[in-house]
Design a protein around this ligand. Sequence first.
Ligand SMILES: N[C@@H](CCC(=O)N[C@@H](CS)C(=O)NCC(=O)O)C(=O)O
Length: 224
Amino acid sequence: MITVHHLNNSRSQRVLWLLEELGVAYEVKRYERDRVTMLAPPSLKAVHPLGKSPVVTDDGATLAESGAILEELVERHGGGRLAPPAGSEERRRYRYWLHYAEGSAMPPLLLQLVFDKIESGPLPFFVKPIARGISRKVKSTFIGPQLKTHLDFMEAALGKSTWFAGEDFSAADIQMSFPVEAARARAGLDASRPKLMAYLARIHARPAYQRALERGGPYAFSGD
Ligand SMILES: N[C@@H](CCC(=O)N[C@@H](CS)C(=O)NCC(=O)O)C(=O)O
C-alpha cells in the first residue's frame, strides 16, 4: 500500500492528485503545520530526515522531493499514462517542467512569502521602518522582476501548447500546479495572464483534483 505523508496546505496535495488521476489505492497520513511557525511537526522527521512534505512510502521505499515522487509513481504505477513517450520532444519538455517547478519557479515565490512576512510580522518599533524599507527594496528590485520574468515565461509556454509538455495532460501539469497556484495566491497572477488563469480553471475542474481535495482536507490554493 502507498502511504502519502501529507501536510495540510502543502505541495503534497499534488501527490494525492496524481494518485487520483492514476486510480491507484493509497492511504493518507495527515500532519498539521504549527499555527505560528507554519513548520511541519517533528514527527515527519521520523519518516524522512528533512521533515518536509511530501514523503511517500511505497513497497518498502521512502520517496521524497515532489518532482522525483511524481516521476517515480508514474513509472511504477502509470502503465504509460501521464508521461509522454520516451525519446519524444514532449518527454523532454515533460522532464524540464518537472524540474523547473521546484528548481526555478518556487525560489522567488518563497522569497516573496518570506519578505511579506518580514513586512507584516511583529518587530520592535525601532527596527520596523528599517526592516520594512529593506524588504520593499528587495521586493521591488529583485523579487518582483524575477516573478514577472517567470510568469511571462509560463504564460508564453501555455501559448504554444494546451498543457506544459504538449497537447496531452501529464504529470508535469500536476507538478506545475503548485507554483501557478502560489503565484495566484501571493504574486499577482491575474486575468492579465489568461493562459495561466485558464490552466488553473482547467486543472481545478478535473474530477481527480476534486477527489484529492476531499482526501487531503482544507487546501488554501484551490480557488481560480
Ligand atoms: N522541494 C521540496 C520542498 C518540500 C517542502 O518545502 N515542503 C513544505 C510544504 S509545501 C514543508 O514541508 N514545509 C514545512 C517545513 O518546512 O517544516 C519538494 O518539492 O518536495
